[in-house]
Design a protein. Structure first.
Length: 488
């Protein structure tokens, strides 16, 4: 067992990484006022902080380029802008444990230093500059709940971290952490917010930061200010339910929040909705991954599931979806293919694409698309299925459809176990058939002029060559397909 004194010595090494970097340390800087690692103003002044207009990208599609190096993202940005991706979710950029494994990015060592397998601060800044030149925004993953597992702390610290320790000493003390205990009951809110995330038996887990500590708040506020000064447009908050709901309003004040798009990760379902999610919906104005809708999608596409559930008018009331203005809708995120406990959520490849058709076609929520570099990209990724997934031509058509119907209302036209169809204003119609056989469905199109519409994907006409049926017309939807009909 690690004693308190042993833990303090180790913590002195670990936490010295956090916020100790001096901005000017050359011979000509000896008379400068020392950089204050806890001062938001110091961070902003040193990076030429500029004010931003309120964030206006709630409708912009988010693309997660998971574990992509900054230089590779920079190279991809022209294509992303052309395809219609408005926001890029970038993996944690700060210094983490010296591991190429994907989960290594979620074990922070230093909030001040942007360096590691994904690139350095210069490359990070160039990525942001390039994105803004193409009208694309950058959202950064923030890991604030914990620091790195002691078992993975490197013995030989990077030169930058050694400089931090030499100039500023430790950032945190043992008093800045919650007591070392693993979460054993995820139904116990106190445990979930104060104890450690642990792995297999014997794992000491991830040291859990105490957000009531003034030092923790000051360090993390300075980190956010640094990223803001570098030009970041928003944040994804990791492991939100493991922190107190009131902390985030202290971290990012109300006058700052409107300038960014911020969304969080809270894994929940209808049973745990009130306990795990509602407190954060009440305390913050952030959006969240729509895990309730993701569970609804999973159930709808299972054998025997009803696709009609996706058009139910009571999805929010029955806690099967988040309110539209708080919802980031997704089919895939990095934990699903790479974390064993979530792999049961992987959909059949065709079902996954049909689900994207539903999310990119509907009027509600901010759609989120997942892409990685596959096994060739290293990081211990287990599959090649999602390597460069964002380049799929079908997604390109879906993104184009979304742009064409942006801002129009949704009207549900048809729903049964196999098929759903809905209109977006008078600009487009989405029809999805999850079953193997083609289906002919009768739709009420009396209030719209869809006669000349064609499918963006295949060019097939919307209406079939049947005798006039008055206000109702028959539409044929091939098996295992999505159709996105628009005016040619």
């Amino acid at each position: 067992m690690m004693t308190r004194n042993h833990y303090f010595v180790l913590s002195m090494v670990v936490v010295a990484f956090f916020f100790g970097l001096r901005v000017g340390c050359g011979p000509d800087d000896q008379d400068e006022v020392p950089f204050d690692p806890f001062s938001t103003e110091s961070v902003r002044d040193s990076y030429g902080f500029k004010e931003y207009a309120p964030h206006s990208s709630r409708g912009d599609v988010i693309l997660q380029l998971f574990n992509w190096p900054f230089t590779k993202i920079t190279e991809e940005i022209p294509l992303l802008a052309e395809r219609g991706y408005g926001q890029i979710h970038v993996s944690p950029p700060n210094l983490t444990i010296d591991s190429d494994m994907w989960w290594g990015r979620y074990q922070p060592l230093d909030y001040r230093i942007i360096a590691g397998p994904l690139g350095d601060e210069t490359q990070f800044k160039q990525m942001i500059v390039t994105a803004h030149q193409f009208g694309v925004k950058i959202l950064v993953d923030l890991v604030l709940n914990h620091t790195a597992n002691e078992s993975f702390i490197p013995r030989n610290l990077p030169p930058q971290a050694q400089k931090v320790l030499q100039d500023f000493g430790p950032l945190f003390t043992p008093d800045d952490y919650h007591p070392a205990a693993c979460i054993t009951d995820y139904n116990d809110v106190v445990q979930v917010r104060k104890n450690r995330l642990c792995g297999a038996p014997g794992d000491k887990g991830l040291p859990d930061l105490d957000q009531n500590s003034p030092r923790v708040l000051a360090a993390q506020k300075a980190f956010v200010a640094k990223l803001t000064a570098l030009g970041v447009d928003g944040f994804r908050l990791d492991a939100v339910k493991h922190m107190d709901p009131g902390y985030f309003n202290k971290l990012i004040p109300a006058e700052e929040r409107a300038k960014f798009f911020i969304f969080g990760e809270i894994i929940t379902d209808p049973k745990s909705y009130d306990r795990d999610l509602v407190p954060y919906l009440k305390e913050t104005s952030f959006s969240y991954y729509d895990f309730p809708l993701r569970a609804t999608i999973q159930d709808a596409f299972r054998f025997g599931g009803r696709l009609s559930d996706l058009l139910a008018t009571d999805l929010v009331a029955t806690k099967r979806a988040l309110p539209s203005d708080r919802s980031v809708t997704f089919v895939m995120a990095h934990d699903i293919p790479n974390n064993e406990i979530f792999r049961s959520m992987i959909l059949d490849p065709v079902d996954e694409m049909l689900a994207y058709g539903y999310l990119l076609g509907r009027a509600e929520g901010v759609p989120y698309i997942y892409s990685d570099l596959g096994k060739a990209g290293g990081a211990g990724l287990r599959d090649d299925r999602w390597a460069f997934a964002h380049r799929d031509p079908l997604l390109a058509h879906m993104l184009r459809f979304r742009k064409m119907v942006q801002g129009t209302p949704q009207t549900n036209l048809f729903a049964d176990d196999c098929v759903i169809a809905f209109a977006r204003g008078t600009q487009g119609v989405v029809a999805i058939n999850k079953c193997g056989d083609p289906r002919e469905v009768s739709l009420d199109v009396s209030s719209s002029n869809f006669g000349s519409f064609r499918d963006l994907i295949t060019g097939a006409p919307f209406l079939q060559t049947y005798p006039s049926q008055g206000p109702r017309q028959t539409v044929k939807v091939p098996g295992r397909s999505a159709r996105l009909y628009v005016s040619p």
